[in-house]
Design a protein around this ligand. Structure first.
Ligand code: ADE
Length: 262
């Protein structure tokens, strides 16, 4: 993706940025977060799956305004029956969705933890300006940077003028809780927002040169005094309403535009 303040040297990418956005893939890890948007955009579940036989991944699709919208939910774990959260499922569905649907834009939307020391409050919705991992520690020169995998996200100045979103960096790891080592890495990543998918989606989108944006709503304060799991579950439904409102506003803004106009 063309990061903030940089111009792509790849002419194919520059040309693609001038073509109106037609197909969007929205990656959402939890069913509770996805279903209100499925209703809002009047999407239907795929009958003939574009994904390999047997995987739990679910695609909801339909036309909204002038856009082909696809909401991709990694589905429930086949054995345990819980949402397939985390970086492994997120990378796989991002890869498979790009291969099958060739989207012009990926939106990764979800709930997340937030740092009050960096200005996050419960219910805030963030547009992510940069992503990194905080639990891939490889203390060998250069491998350390590979593990962190820090990147700026697509620059969207016009979207930010139009839609009321806070801006902050996101740090991704495969745990809901936070070890002292994770905390040090998240601080080093300068992150305001903590999730379990974003940097994995960014890695795959970048690998396949698909522009991606990240919309994250705060369900729990990571540097507060409440137990994270309890606070997350308590706020999940209410904060999802704020998340889904913001995603709708972003999709409305994207409609009729090309990447370079975002
Ligand atoms: N999703 C919601 N809250 C989170 C947290 N504290 N860490 C990671 N992912 C989250």
């Amino acid at each position: 993706m063309a990061p903030h303040g940089e111009t792509s040297s790849d002419h194919g990418v520059i040309e693609a940025e001038k073509i109106p956005i037609k197909t969007i893939v929205i990656i959402i890890a939890m069913q509770t977060e996805a279903l209100p948007l499925v209703t809002k955009f009047q999407l239907s579940e795929d009958i003939d799956s574009v994904f390999p036989k047997g995987v739990p991944w679910v695609r909801y699709h339909g036309i909204y305004k002038d856009l082909n919208i696809n909401i991709i939910w990694p589905g429930k774990d086949g054995v345990l029956g819980v949402d397939s959260v985390g970086t492994v499922s997120a990378s796989l569905v991002t890869y498979a969705s790009i291969q099958a649907l060739q989207p012009d834009l990926i939106i990764n939307a979800g709930t997340s933890g937030g740092f009050k020391a960096k200005g996050a409050c419960i219910g805030d919705v963030f547009l992510v300006s940069g992503v990194a991992f905080h639990d891939r520690r490889i203390p060998i020169p250069v491998f350390d940077q590979y593990g962190i995998c820090g990147k700026e996200t697509l620059s969207t100045p016009n979207l930010l003028k139009e839609v009321n979103l806070k801006v902050g960096k996101l740090s991704t790891g495969d745990s809901l809780d936070m070890s002292p080592q994770d905390e040090a890495a998240i601080i080093a990543n300068d992150a305001t927002v903590k999730d379990m998918e974003g940097a994995a989606v960014a890695y795959v989108a970048d690998l396949l040169s698909v522009p991606a944006i990240f919309i994250k709503a705060i369900t729990d304060i990571v540097d507060g005094d409440k137990p994270t799991a309890e606070e997350f579950l308590q706020n999940l439904v209410a904060v999802t309403a704020a998340l889904d409102q913001s995603v709708t506003e972003v999709v409305d803004f994207v409609s009729g535009k090309c990447i370079s106009e975002l």
